[in-house]
Design a protein around this ligand. Structure first.
Ligand code: 3AM
Length: 187
């Protein structure tokens, strides 16, 4: 089973980002045919676990519940201009970064990494950039709207739990299922 851990969105943020995607598709029609993340799949990835034995999912969830018991809920601002990654001239995806100035989200991701080491899951070596992916391209392509699109209002996400997702790769795009919810500060 392919598994990752993420922060799910609330309805308001999801609707804001869905409108933002629509504004980009209208404003930059060349990007319309790319692989847009359906609104119900939008999320912030904290950790990609890769292939996991389905029999160990309960153990992983329990370990996370314990490992995250001291992590308090926090607010994350989702209002940054959309960026073309890795470079606007040859973008592979568009994302909106989340404002994590106090580093709470990065701490959460690190804590998850630390908790999963005992399951043989490698800690992340790249710096953590909290973001929500909006679209992926089939081939690298230029994005002329780098930095020009925002949700237009400050969306704030209350992070009170993390979600374990399974992901099945299908021709039409990945199919996600929310298989467990781990409440923060569940002491
Ligand atoms: O939506 P984002 O980009 O935050 O890029 C994949 C996605 O993150 C990432 O896991 C999230 C859910 O699929 N992902 C997929 N395969 C990966 C891999 N082999 C991966 N991250 C790291 N290594």
């Amino acid at each position: 089973m392919r598994v990752f851990i993420g922060i799910d969105l609330d309805d308001d943020v999801r609707a804001d980002l869905a409108s933002l995607c629509e504004a980009i598709r209208t404003g930059v029609p060349a990007w319309h045919p790319e692989k847009w993340v359906p609104a119900e799949n939008l999320h912030l990835t904290l950790k990609f676990l890769g292939k996991v034995d389905p029999a160990s999912v309960d153990d992983i969830s329990s370990a996370l519940r314990e490992g995250l018991a001291a992590q308090d809920p926090f607010e994350l601002r989702v209002a940054e201009p959309v960026e073309a990654v890795p470079v606007p001239g040859r973008a592979r995806m568009l994302w909106t970064r989340c404002d994590d100035t106090d580093g709470r989200c990065a701490v959460l991701a690190r804590r998850i990494d630390d908790t999963l080491v005992r399951f043989g899951i490698e800690p992340e070596s790249r710096p953590f950039v909290p973001h929500i992916t909006l679209v992926r391209t089939r081939r690298p392509k230029a994005f002329p709207g780098h930095g020009a699109f925002t949700t237009g209002r400050i969306s704030s996400l209350s992070v009170r739990e993390v979600t374990l997702y399974s992901s099945v790769l299908a021709r039409s795009g990945p199919i996600y299922e929310r298989i467990a919810h781990i409440t923060l500060a569940d002491r």
